[in-house]
Design a protein. Structure first.
Length: 369
């Protein structure tokens, strides 16, 4: 090969490498979400389907490829899905997992051998779990972050609202939370307990665990109402259980305020028409917020520099009769108002912590959420 041919070959190789590098840089980031919930509603509510839905809208906005694998509330299936993702010849750029039923510890270990970056959402790891796997970006270097709502503060706000609605008189509370192996279930209950501990005339009659379903909550609420006729407030850790509790209250013709957490469509309709007294909203946006963090991270704006790799954020707000219709209209009917771009630090050069306040998302001018 003469000098001219060598130069031509070298230029060609350089061009090919540049094209490949450009394609790699421009390729849509691939995100896999190991969704612990059900792909279709089977009595426990649509929370996890909504998480995927809003996550998908954010993915479209940011030109990211989203793949959702539903575990159908089977934590063993979720483990197998994590193993399958870790074995892929072409792994995703990012994997989002949930510590549902304490499953994240094993999934993190499995995915630690993958080049994919891992983000935990909704349910944080417990302190006991962290003793074994460490913290973000330590033993498991590709575990880049954790994003949760302040569930304890959400429970506190719900109880505070129900207490005020009751007229600040003596409050006797029945609580129904989710399974004991899901951290967010315990955190919501802890928030309620914290408020009542600070209130001289407040007490918990009993707190029971449920399987997140309407039917199970209904049955337990009937028993508890008969056991505690003095009860005047009942709360549940998700909307589906709150609606089951409300069914029991109506059946018993009891004078009990009922509140829930989630802001599912049916629950919002109940608030609008005077059924549920109020609900805590915002949880199902966590998937969208996760996509904001990953989008920023992918383009060089590391969220760890804006609050650390472990983010517990305050974005849960109370929905009551005065703002329920507006919230429902924007979230379920005027979906074009859903715009996550203002939250991105890559698109908006703002310093400080991430601000996922729902008022910005909903563009509302009504009463503050």
């Amino acid at each position: 090969m003469n000098r001219r041919e060598m130069l031509r070959a070298g230029a060609y190789a350089g061009l090919v490498n540049m094209i490949h590098s450009t394609h790699a840089f421009e390729r849509r980031p691939h995100v896999v979400f190991l969704n612990p919930g059900e792909s279709a509603e089977r009595g426990t509510g649509q929370h996890w389907q909504l998480v995927s839905s809003f996550m998908g809208m954010a993915a479209t906005t940011f030109n990211m490829q989203l793949e959702v694998l539903y575990a159908e509330r089977d934590h063993l299936l979720m483990q197998r899905q994590a193993e399958e993702v870790a074995r892929r010849s072409f792994p995703p750029d990012y994997v989002i997992i949930v510590n549902e039923k304490m499953a994240a510890q094993q999934m993190l270990k499995v995915l630690a051998h993958s080049p994919s970056k891992i983000l935990v959402i909704h349910n944080d790891l417990t302190s006991e779990q962290r003793q074994y796997v460490g913290n973000e970006r330590e033993k498991i270097s590709n575990w880049i972050g954790t994003l949760t709502a302040n569930a304890e503060l959400g429970g506190f706000r719900l109880m505070e609202f129900l207490y005020q609605r009751l007229g600040r008189r003596e409050v006797n509370v029945i609580g129904i939370t989710g399974d004991p192996n899901t951290p967010v279930s315990l955190e919501r209950a802890a928030g309620v307990a914290t408020f009542l501990n600070q209130t001289a005339n407040g007490r918990i009659c009993q707190l029971v665990f449920s399987d997140w379903s309407r039917a199970d909550s209904h049955q337990k609420a009937r028993v508890l109402l008969a056991r505690y006729p003095e009860a005047n407030v009942m709360w549940a850790a998700n909307d589906t259980m709150a609606l089951g509790a409300l069914d029991a209250v109506k059946l018993n013709n009891a004078h009990v305020l009922v509140g829930g957490m989630g802001a599912l469509k049916e629950a919002l309709e109940s608030v609008i028409h005077g059924g549920l007294a109020g609900i805590v909203a915002g949880d199902y946006f966590v998937g969208a917020w996760a996509m904001v963090l990953l989008y920023d991270y992918h383009w060089g704006k590391d969220f760890a520099k804006h609050g650390g790799p472990r983010l517990k954020l305050d974005y849960l707000g109370i929905i009551e009769r005065t703002n329920a219709r507006r919230f429902s209209d924007v979230v379920f009917r005027r979906i074009e108002a859903f715009d996550v771009r203002p939250y991105s630090k890559h698109l908006n050069q703002r310093e400080g912590s991430y601000d996922f306040d729902l008022k910005h998302l909903l563009k509302t001018t009504t009463r503050s959420l």
